[in-house]
Design a binder for this molecule. Structure first.
Ligand code: NI
Length: 188
């Protein structure tokens, strides 16, 4: 078990496009994925992308609903850990802005903050698992949001870049305290 240091916003590596992982998956990348899982669990995150631990690979780990259960899109369903190498996604909803859903996000590289981000409600994603086997899943809700957030990291994009309105940027503690305030009522 190894907990890796998580780099924070302002580090240039968070703004670069990460390299594809070659096939077969190098042993060092397999080890990195295992360490990223430990790091994500230690930090209590829902997902982690390799650039966040200063590793230049297209590799993400995240919590997802068990594949044999239906995807309700609920955060509570995200009980298994998925490793995804060279991930790609396609939206399954339409591209119109109002068909995308606004929800709160945080990021281990932007600690203590939450921001409201509009994301596709339904996506299909593909990639490889640690054994190099193809993975393809459809995701909705929280599951879809996490995957979009983590894949963004591979292209140097932070959730703040996706925010429509910076008034919906808050410290986590203030958001919890004033959650009922009209200020934090999310737009539809
Ligand atoms: Ni993040």
């Amino acid at each position: 078990m190894a907990i890796l240091p998580i780099i924070r916003m302002g580090h240039p590596l968070l703004r670069q496009t990460a390299r594809p992982v070659p096939a077969p998956v190098p042993p060092a990348v397999r080890q990195l994925a295992m360490d990223m899982i430990d790091t994500m669990e230690d930090a209590g995150g829902a997902g982690l992308a390799a650039p966040q631990v200063a590793a230049d690979w297209r590799l993400i780990v995240f919590r997802a609903p068990p594949p044999d259960e239906g995807d309700t899109g609920d955060r509570a369903a995200a009980r298994t850990i998925q490793v995804l190498i060279n991930p790609e996604l396609v939206p399954l909803d339409t591209e119109t802005r109002t068909d995308r859903e606004v929800g709160w996000e945080g990021c281990l590289s932007v600690p203590d903050l939450r921001g409201a981000v509009r994301r596709h409600t339904r996506i299909r994603y593909r990639g490889l698992d640690l054994d190099g086997s193809p993975v393809q899943r459809d995701a909705r809700g929280f599951h879809a949001r996490v995957v979009q957030h983590e894949i963004d990291h591979l292209d140097g994009v932070l959730y703040l870049d996706r925010m429509d309105d910076l008034r919906y940027l808050s410290y986590t503690r203030e958001l919890a305290r004033f959650a009922d305030d009209p200020l934090f009522r999310l737009p539809g």
